[in-house]
Design a protein around this ligand. Sequence first.
Ligand SMILES: C[S@@+](CC[C@H](N)C(=O)[O-])C[C@H]1O[C@@H](n2cnc3c(N)ncnc32)[C@H](O)[C@@H]1O
Ligand code: SF4
Ligand code: SF4
Length: 398
Amino acid sequence: MANGVLEYNEKQLVLQAKMGIRGKYKIYPERIYLNLTNRCNLYCVMCSHTSKDYKNKTYDDALPFSTTLEDIKRLFEGGNFPDELRQKPIEFCSFSGETFLNVNIYEIFRYIKEELPCSRIAVTSNGTIPPVRDDIVKYIDKLAFSVDGSTKETYEAIRTPASFEKAKAAMARWYEAKLKHESEISFGFNVCLSGLNIRELPGIVRLAHELCRVENVYCQPLITYDKTKELKKYELNNIDVREARKYLEEAVNAARDLGVRLDIQQSIWDLLDDSKITENNKLAVDFTKNRYCQNLRSNSLVLTHDSKLRYLCSFMHMDQQRELMNKYNIPAGGNMMDLLNSPQMWKLRKDFIEGKCLGYCGKCLYGQSGYNQLSTSKIPEEVKDEGFLAGLLSRFKK
Ligand SMILES: C[S@@+](CC[C@H](N)C(=O)[O-])C[C@H]1O[C@@H](n2cnc3c(N)ncnc32)[C@H](O)[C@@H]1O
Ligand code: SF4
Ligand code: SF4
């Protein structure tokens, strides 16, 4: 960056991390991922978590749980959630399992918004469940529906055993609720892109606009795991690149015409080896810049219903998460502020911003937005280097 903003910010972040490691600098959670249930009403063909054979229809066949209002209250009470956090603009995200199967969801979201009026609530849902009460839209800021086809055939082949018509009706109900309550809620679509549905991406963009006037359509590539290895042939790197590009370009045009933001993960362009498209396409992302990702640094915590740290970054591959957590010896539980500010977390943040952990990054779009943010405006709080000498002197004084 010619104006030096990025360099300044990078130095600041490294400095903060160094001070954080020594316990001299603290940050607050800006985004907290909540696990509100592990249950799901579907067993989508690509989903690594649930499957038709799992008897409980829960993530990994674990015992079903739904976080209760009491669990949530506990999260915010006592030493776990200091008073100074109450006025912070914290974003709460819920996207594990199917959030709207939690029968307490209305009370939970209302409680969070009433307790923490500066907070934001963002949910990813499969879109098959209409609002439990219309006015729930007053308590949600962003609702993304996962929709993997624009035709009944494709949608139902992927999102088993959902009904396309019923899902469309449910999503339309959400949009009606927004209008009825003049709510600020914004909608989005998430697409798990693969050879099964890429030809329908332009149609999905149109459907998203038609059903809910979405703000954005977000595309992530299909990733297959052992359990879903029969879908490997549909991963984007195994399909016809020229054809795939044609559909992507058509979708980019449809989105532009409708005023929908189309967010396509860099890893998708990479998989399609698209040097031609990325040169002139402003959506292109240089993922080496993901070292500026603010998701780790912005204090995201992924909590289970009993407030334990579960993931570092929900967009990384699970095996890599575990590897990273072991490598850096990240504590698995404890008070929210202590977790965030443990020397181990600070060491990880420092290494990340210095580009030493890029191999672990899942290359999602957070990296790009972190880069955009850090290269355009200085981070507000300036930290002064205590300096080596000052550190030594203070030790002598003791
Ligand atoms: C696991 S789901 C949980 C939330 C909710 N049940 C839903 O479907 O939106 C979260 C997101 O992961 C995506 N997803 C599931 N399996 C995937 C896979 N194998 N590769 C990439 N994305 C996947 C889904 O499409 C969805 O947008
Ligand atoms: S709805 Fe979401 S959690 Fe449920 S099976 Fe599908 S992708 Fe997985
Ligand atoms: S996958 Fe990478 S860019 Fe995305 S949130 Fe995780 S660390 Fe950040």
